[in-house]
Design a protein around this ligand. Structure first.
Ligand code: GDP
Ligand code: MG
Length: 439
């Protein structure tokens, strides 16, 4: 954790909630951390504004410190912007999957092509590499040498052939020979120029790739944003590979690439060797960009406290007889998130004896209850007792949920019994669980 960021958070710690004035320092440090990580300035501005809004709008959870809540907002937002989960390489419905590599010279396209072929072999997919960089004699040799090293075939037609034609024939060969994937390596320039873009566009038009990967050097820093915009506008990319992450860059380019193109970063290069390629994981990248190796632990801790605070709030409600249908639904969903009802029941001593039929019935009952509660008005959810005195209300709920009036009555009675039981449990009495729906 960077020292300044830590200091800003410590200041937040003593506050009882996040406010516009006390979050200022923390936000300034987030902004600085992102700029130090080479995230593009405009993207930093937008990001910080979003984080501020979310942090100020965050519900105050009793027992959770504002600094912990803030760190969770920042981290979640960063992960979300970068795409939450890893996105694997596309797979065409019929062989071969065609991959086009794009990017400036020296970013690592040729190396990444070989790395990717090796990675695919681990997934038991065969690859043909195609060398279209005819402008530097050494470029074709480089790919051929890499291919030899990992035993992957390389298609080439020498330096006097037309790159578009090489690409076309390479893909044809991959199709004829039954390769799973064909990776077309292309030439780059030191700077974007129209000739290079034109040629790349023609190759793309000709081979119709399933995947056009922009290879970006992580050291590019601020420029990654413009670069991505140009390639995405003129060629259209479906993803990116971020190379040279083994250097000391924090990798802010990842955020820029993702934010500008909306396309996922699929792999990262972490060294010169052919096996130095890894799938891209947004959560790890978020930690790296913020410059905090231990952010995950912090976030975990914050989450646990949020959960505990929620549970305490619920207990209080139960004891004060304020437990209503909305809480009931919350509890139901919580149980569902934790796995099937059957799985949970098995964990409760004395409950394991339930037959699978009974358990299944329990789940059906919960689903039913959810539908019926969904058809209630806010007032009815808050005060279920008004349903027991009004047949017309019960009729309306029955109609809305598609269940019978008797079932609605049963739900209300069961709920009332459960509420009583929970209150007794809260006072130390345990009168059996018979009142729970489906039991
Ligand atoms: P291309 O011009 O885009 O085809 O780039 P190359 O594949 O020829 O790579 C340019 C240089 O970057 C070579 O010296 C590679 O060894 C090096 N390189 C590529 N990827 C990485 C990486 O992930 N980490 C490091 N440290 N070097 C890399
Ligand atoms: Mg190359």
């Amino acid at each position: 954790l960077s020292e300044r960021l830590e200091q800003a958070w410590t200041k937040l710690r003593g506050q009882d909630k996040i406010s516009e004035s006390n979050v200022k320092d923390a936000l300034r440090e987030v902004r600085r951390a992102l700029l130090e990580a080479d995230v593009n300035l405009q993207i930093v501005k937008d990001f910080v504004a979003e984080v501020e809004q979310k942090a100020l709008g965050a519900e105050v959870v009793q027992g959770v410190r504002p600094d912990q809540q803030f760190i969770e907002v920042v981290y979640n937002e960063l992960v979300q912007v970068m795409g939450e989960a890893n996105v694997p390489l596309a797979e065409a419905p019929s062989k071969p999957t065609i991959v086009l590599m794009a990017g400036l010279q020296g970013t690592g396209k040729t190396t990444a092509s070989a790395k990717l072929a090796l990675h695919l072999r681990k997934e038991e997919r065969t690859t043909l590499l195609v060398a279209t960089d005819v402008y530097r004699p050494a470029a074709i040799d480089q790919l051929v040498a890499l291919g030899k090293q990992i035993n992957i075939p390389v298609f080439e037609l020498g330096t006097s052939a037309d790159p578009v034609e090489i690409a076309r024939q390479g893909v044809e060969k991959a199709r004829a020979d039954g390769f799973d994937v064909v990776i077309v390596d292309t030439a780059g320039r030191l700077q974007i120029d129209q000739e290079m873009m034109g040629e790349l566009a023609r190759i793309k038009e000709t081979i119709q790739p399933h995947e056009t990967l922009l290879v970006v050097d992580a050291m590019t820093g601020q420029e990654a944003a413009n670069l991505t915009r140009t390639f995405h506008d003129q060629i259209g990319i479906t993803g990116a590979i971020l190379t040279k992450l083994d250097g000391d860059t924090r990798g802010g380019a990842a955020l820029s690439v993702r934010r500008i193109s909306g396309q996922p970063i699929k792999f990262v290069g972490v060294g010169e060797k052919v096996d130095a390629l890894q799938p891209f994981y947004p959560d790890r990248m978020a930690s790296r960009i913020l410059g905090m190796g231990d952010v995950l632990t912090l976030v975990e801790k914050a989450r646990e406290e949020v959960d505990m605070a929620e549970a305490e709030k619920m207990q209080e409600k139960i004891l004060s007889a304020k437990f209503d249908f909305t809480d009931f639904l919350k509890q139901t969903r919580l149980l569902k998130n934790m796995g099937s009802l059957g799985g949970i029941m098995k964990l409760i001593p004395g409950m394991g004896k339930l037959s699978s039929e009974q358990l299944e019935q329990g789940e059906t009952q919960l689903k039913k209850a959810e539908a019926m509660i969904g058809s209630m008005t806010v007032q009815e959810r808050k005060d279920p007792d008004i349903l027991s005195s009004s047949p017309s209300r019960r009729r309306r709920v029955a109609k809305g949920s598609g269940y019978g009036e008797r079932e609605v009555s049963e739900l209300v009675t069961n709920f009332q019994r459960m509420r009583t039981m929970m209150q007794q449990m809260g006072q130390g009495n345990f009168p059996g669980m018979g009142g729970m729906p489906g039991m």
